[in-house]
Design a protein around this ligand. Sequence first.
Ligand SMILES: Nc1nc2c(c(=O)[nH]1)N[C@H]1C(S)=C(S)[C@@H](COP(=O)(O)OP(=O)(O)OC[C@H]3O[C@@H](n4cnc5c(=O)[nH]c(N)nc54)[C@H](O)[C@@H]3O)O[C@H]1N2
Ligand SMILES: Nc1nc2c(c(=O)[nH]1)N[C@H]1C(S)=C(S)[C@@H](COP(=O)(O)OP(=O)(O)OC[C@H]3O[C@@H](n4cnc5c(=O)[nH]c(N)nc54)[C@H](O)[C@@H]3O)O[C@H]1N2
Ligand SMILES: [Mo]
Length: 779
Amino acid sequence: MSEEKKQVRITKATMPAGGWGSVGDVSTILTDQNVVVKDTGLLLKQNKTDGFACVSCAWAKPANPHPFEFCSSGAKATAWETTSKSIGADFFQRYTLTELEGWSDHQLEDHGRLTTPLRYDAASDKYLPVDWDVAFNEIGAALRGFDPKQVVFYASGRASLETSYMYQLLARMYGNNNLPDSSNMCHESTSVGLQKTIGIAVGTVKLSDFEDTDCILFFGQNVGVNSPRMLHQLQEARKRDVPIITFNPLRERGLVSFTNPQSPLEMLTRQETAISTQYHQVKPGGDTAVIMGMCKAIFALDDAALAAGEQRVIDIAFIQEHTNGFSDFEQAVRACSWEAIEREAGLSQAALEEAAGVYARSSAVLGVYGMGLTQHRNGVQNVTMLVNLLLLRGNIGKPGAGICPVRGHSNVQGQRTVGITEKPELAPLDKLKEQFNFEPPRDMGLTTVDACEAIIKRDLQGFIGLGGNFLRAVPETVLMEAAWRELPLTVQIATKLNRNHVIHGKAAYLLPCLGRIEIDRQGSGDQSVSVEDSTSHMHGSRGMTEPAAPGLLSEPAIVAGIAKATLAPNPNVNWDAWVADYRVIRKAMGVTFPEIFKDLNERMWTPGGYRKPLAAAERIWKTESGKAEFTVPEELPGNPNMPGGPDILRLFTIRSDGQFNTTIYSNDDRFRGVHGSRMVLFMNAADMERYGLGKGDVVALRTHADDGVNRRVEGLQIVPYDVPSGCIAGYYPECNPLIPLWHHAKESKVPAAKAIDVLLERSHSVATSAATSAAPSVA
Ligand SMILES: Nc1nc2c(c(=O)[nH]1)N[C@H]1C(S)=C(S)[C@@H](COP(=O)(O)OP(=O)(O)OC[C@H]3O[C@@H](n4cnc5c(=O)[nH]c(N)nc54)[C@H](O)[C@@H]3O)O[C@H]1N2
Ligand SMILES: Nc1nc2c(c(=O)[nH]1)N[C@H]1C(S)=C(S)[C@@H](COP(=O)(O)OP(=O)(O)OC[C@H]3O[C@@H](n4cnc5c(=O)[nH]c(N)nc54)[C@H](O)[C@@H]3O)O[C@H]1N2
Ligand SMILES: [Mo]
């Protein structure tokens, strides 16, 4: 293989998560982003009842917060949003959009906040300033000319409950349910799987369950980077000697050990808490097999207990009273061979028995998980398998137990709650009809994958993006980028410039908005907003810093601007009154969703937030049978979900600690010891030897699929890493050109970003740090 230019620097990453490393990291980004030093007091207001809800992850915000209730990831997100760097009309005068296409994700966003509304000018190939009213009127006129079914209203999980409520109403009054959300690429497997089995679409766990639990199972979630504040709960659990059993193909630093950067004593004495008591490096996609194995081991323990006349290991009283489908599930588990389980899980029977033994001895168990379960062809099944495991011992609906999907964007769960959904049955359409006197559309809307299919088929006319970087986050980059340019209209509401703006539709508008941390001044005074966290608690959030520019509008104002210019006037919806005073929006939300949002104006300031009603947490099962459902996995171990072969490697895409999704703060991945480049592949030493590769060698990847599309990513440098043999890891979004659009979860349609079958090839180019980081072609 090629011996080419090396730019990546690989160091030994031995520091614990948290610790001095994270402090250094935070000060670097505060300095780089020129965050005014007096504003760093801002961090003290992060996730506090009288402060602002962090714009990074959705993890729960406690009622009695730590003095510094933020983590290095949250501090970076705050610095990135409150940066004093900004770009205005002069910036866009300097560069054509074709030139900007050559910029990296990092370069585009690093220039700072967008400050002025822009409209694409084809003659100069530039974005030129446009007045807000002109932009709204032109967008409205275009939308009125389109077939409403051919327009998509995407949302990226960050906008507040208030904005999101207005946005879904805009789409429905316009005439569609085309409301895909970033959760379509994320925890949709959770929403589908949990709805089917326990009758609610969200987790059942709250923070106090971490105090009451005596065992935590941790599947496919990188807590040290993606939800670091949860390390406090894990550290406290470890201090009580609670076992934490982790399943993850990579040994992630945050799951190995943690030093609390907010504890002076721990920092000075360099104390570390070991987080995982067992660490099982499962093969990507092997979790259904893992859980099958654990259930099989539990049935064996139960058989032995029965034979010895001892107390049973499964909770038979719970199973009889609360569940349906147990005997079919039991049969399927008993019929499944250990040999098949071991092969698919990549773990031994002994290892799975060890994990099951701890589970069987524990009386209250939490099942925590993330993208490692959901972003697979069998992502929904992975989730329902975890439910099966928990149900076996009654571990849902009692203190210290439950299922805990760790959500991504800070309000992604809340957006679904207020009606941003393509599934009409999940929105209170009758209520909306009565409240606003219009006929809501009843047909199924487009998911993210459906929207991509429609765009590729040239069946879509307009795309409105409430935040996000859709084009960069979705699979099938090459076909998507080509089709995107032919969209008649793209409108992006955003804080920072990204690739989804420089690649644009024929008519294109870029509308800059206030971020959540900024003071939002409207007619009735400074406004607050609300969000929902991963544990279904609602919180108020107040902006604290001066807006990045005087001309910015708030997200509610932009949604209202588009709505007024697009829809026929409706006396029941006074968009202006909503924008003038967000309390009025919250009142309307309370009318639509009385059980959840009644008195939101007062309740949103409850310390620690207030929780929406969750039937399953009370052991009320809103399923068809009225019981919690055991489900038999459709794909038993032994049916791999993609055809394999000796030369095929299974790629899974991961995040570094230098990014928030497609926002790339830096090219360094401190926890994994990689510096200076994201164009890398993490590979097992045995595989490197098999392929004759050395550290830093440059290769290309091609997707193994026989659909006639050539999907390639060039210029990836090899990093030796402790990852199971036959599997490799690469970064998201750089590897997205390798994911076929059809390669998504059944039922939930979440792109299967964690198990892509690829072939390793000689690279045509040296290592790149380039914008697109890929030059694939279509055969
Ligand atoms: N700092 C920071 N915070 C973030 C984000 C960010 O990019 N940066 N993104 C936010 C968003 S939108 C989301 S959804 C969450 C994502 O947070 P996570 O759910 O943690 O998502 P990932 O980091 O993509 O992957 C999680 C882990 O899954 C493991 N994994 C991969 N394949 C498998 C598998 O088959 N089985 C198992 N058991 N494990 C597997 C990977 O090694 C990785 O450690 O984080 C949110 N928070
Ligand atoms: N291969 C692979 N692909 C993946 C994943 C993976 O693990 N692997 N993960 C998937 C997941 S879990 C997700 S959630 C998606 C993420 O997909 P998206 O949510 O679409 O992408 P982000 O990168 O979070 O969006 C970043 C942009 O949001 C805008 N923004 C930031 N703050 C605000 C704000 O306050 N208001 C507005 N209006 N705009 C704002 C900025 O312009 C910024 O450039 O990607 C998915 N794609
Ligand atoms: Mo996500």
